[in-house]
Design a protein around this ligand. Structure first.
Ligand SMILES: [Mg+2]
Length: 320
């Protein structure tokens, strides 16, 4: 790792590999016993799970169009990025467009979460959080980078908007200082990086003891989504699930549903997906297509996706 590696790139590959193995073992166990994974986790506490999609667009009219499309697809909630790259202390003028974009979504009667993505530092994060507080947003996400639990807690005390984070916290132990500082309202562990279903369940239970809700991070594929759904179905403090369908970095021929034999398992109706009924993860992957595409991408020299590297006008690194 070089000194210029953005914090968002620092994910332990070992933890991610173990997460994959853990998810696979739960799937095998469920299939062997002929029950969905949620049955092995204690049973269902809900019949369906609320989900949100992503909307992009820098201009309010583009956001309105994108949110209307999500509404037509069945979503009642979306998430958007708060800002582009900002300097440590930047012009407050950059923040007015965030409010305008949020208003476009709210005008459609939809809920909206706003992902700061750790791009702001605490002065401007507090400034933007105070502006969004008046707009009735569902939550603000990563108002700061996840290296600042005490500063998160200060922010939580200064604004009434619910605060979410967790995609860069990879275990109960990473979450613990945030819970102890009363810094979070929503925990967003990523099942593909936190140790799989087993650790996601433990983080959810720990969160519950601090009155913190669970909203698993999942901008990834159908296996990760099915693993999140299995946990969400069985945990009382689950509130909403991220879905990567048509997220900005997917392509049309490699989207959430592309590799599923039966995409209807994740059909969005009235803002919800149904709890799965099939054994294990409740999905089947078209493995032949995965192998075919993998070979084709390798032959074409397509590289694995990496975070963009952003620099400001002065040449310094900016958080993606
Ligand atoms: Mg995020």
């Amino acid at each position: 790792m070089s000194l210029t590696t953005p914090a968002s790139s620092i994910i332990s590959k070992i933890e991610s590999a173990l997460s994959g193995l853990d998810i696979a073992l739960w799937d095998i166990k469920g299939k062997k016993l002929g029950v969905p994974i949620w049955q092995l986790l204690g049973g269902k506490v809900r019949d369906r799970l609320r989900v949100y999609g992503w909307v992009g667009g820098d201009h309010p009219s583009a956001v309105r169009e994108a949110a209307a499309e999500r509404k037509a697809q069945g979503f009642t909630a979306v998430k958007m990025n708060a800002t582009e790259a900002l300097a440590w202390l930047d012009s407050p003028a950059h923040l007015t467009s965030t409010v305008e974009r949020v208003r476009e979504v709210r005008a459609l009667g939809m809920d909206v979460g706003v992902d700061f993505h750790g791009r702001l530092h605490k002065g401007m994060a507090r400034q933007l959080a105070a502006l969004l507080e008046k707009e009735g947003v569902l939550f603000i996400e990563e108002p700061l980078l996840a290296t600042f639990p005490a500063e998160f807690a200060d922010l939580a005390r200064s604004v009434s908007v619910p605060i979410a984070a967790g995609e860069r916290l990879y275990s109960r132990h990473d979450f613990r200082p945030f819970f102890e500082a009363r810094a979070l309202d929503l925990a967003q562990p990523d099942v593909s990086h936190c140790g799989g279903i087993s650790e996601l369940v433990r983080i959810a239970a720990l969160a519950e003891t601090y009155d913190v809700a669970l909203a698993p991070h999942c901008p990834l594929g159908p296996i990760a989504l099915a693993a999140c759904v299995a946990v969400g179905v069985s945990r009382l403090n689950f509130v909403i699930q991220e879905m990567s369908w048509q997220i900005h970095y997917n392509s049309e021929d490699a989207d959430l549903f592309t590799y599923l034999d039966d995409p209807s398992v994740f059909a969005v109706k009235e803002g919800y997906v149904q709890a799965p009924s099939a054994p294990g993860l409740g999905i089947t992957i078209n493995e032949a297509l995965v192998r075919e595409r993998s070979a084709a991408y390798t032959a074409a020299g397509v590289q694995a996706w990496r975070n963009p590297l952003w620099r400001g006008e002065d040449g310094s690194l900016r958080e993606w």
